[in-house]
Design a protein around this ligand. Structure first.
Ligand code: ADP
Length: 241
């Protein structure tokens, strides 16, 4: 599913956090939102998710041509994974993955056996088929984030939104998961946006990178374009750093 964002701004009280953001993400694309801390990345992702709304009267957001600007997260077919995505500790891995299928109305008629099939398939995809009966505290951080991803995918989202999904993990695991996510994405080709402040992560993973600075889009381009032709001092300094 494609995402079209047009002239979105966001204030918290009188502080401007995002100003006049326009962006297109193509179906199946993996796009990184990259920028320093406080540049508005999470706010933009939350607005796309429907967890936060843009300032009224300006701009709009379309998911595959349909306007969703003021629709809540619940009505958008988006899956999320956050840095500290709380898996339910009292539920097993399988029950965590199955959770959305049980609580979302559009799955209420799905027979139990179908739900089990979806869970089994996702456990294979995240390469943890043996872990269905384990509890989150019996998993490593990287494994937990893979379960969080499976949980987000169970409800068949049309967009996947990841907010620093590997931020809390150590460098080695981060690197492994990056490679894993890229392969995973190449298989399922789900439109994916992910937030990171880590330039290496953005450049290694993304088809295109959106550089945010001071609440504005400074540049959008492929990793090569950004490296070869930064459009301004902010981008070249940030990439240099
Ligand atoms: P990033 O993800 O790039 O670190 P954020 O989107 O989290 O940036 O935050 C951008 C700015 O918006 C920060 O200055 C932050 O303090 C402010 N901000 C974010 N959420 C809120 C909120 N709910 N209320 C007030 N200010 C907020």
């Amino acid at each position: 599913m494609s995402i079209h964002i047009e002239h979105i701004s966001k204030h918290f009280d009188r502080t401007s956090v995002l100003s006049d953001i326009s962006l297109d993400v193509n179906t199946g694309e993996l796009v990184a939102l990259l920028g320093p801390s406080g540049s508005g990345k999470t706010t933009l992702l939350r607005i796309i998710a429907g967890l936060e709304f843009p300032d009224e009267g300006k701009g709009k957001i379309n998911f595959h041509g349909s306007e969703v600007t003021y629709q809540s997260a619940y009505d958008r077919k988006a899956g999320f994974v956050f840095q500290h995505y709380a898996l339910f500790n009292h539920l097993t891995v399988a029950q965590n993955i199955e959770f959305g299928l049980k609580v979302k109305k559009r799955f209420e008629r799905l027979p139990k056996i179908k739900r089990k099939e979806i869970v089994t398939d996702l456990l294979e995809r995240i390469q943890l088929p043996e872990y269905s009966g384990r509890y989150p505290n019996q998993l490593s951080g990287g494994q937990r984030q893979r379960v969080a991803l499976a949980r987000a995918l169970a409800v068949n989202p049309q967009v996947l939104l990841l907010d620093e999904p590997f931020g809390a993990l150590d460098a080695k695991v981060r690197k492994e998961l990056r490679r894993w996510l890229r392969e995973f994405h190449d298989n399922i080709k789900l439109t994916t946006l992910f937030v990171t402040h880590d330039q290496d992560e953005a450049f290694e993973l993304a088809d295109r990178v959106v550089v945010l600075g001071q609440g504005e889009i400074q540049q959008v381009g492929t990793p090569d374009q950004l490296r070869d032709k930064p459009v301004n001092q902010f981008v070249s300094d940030f990439i240099e750093a």
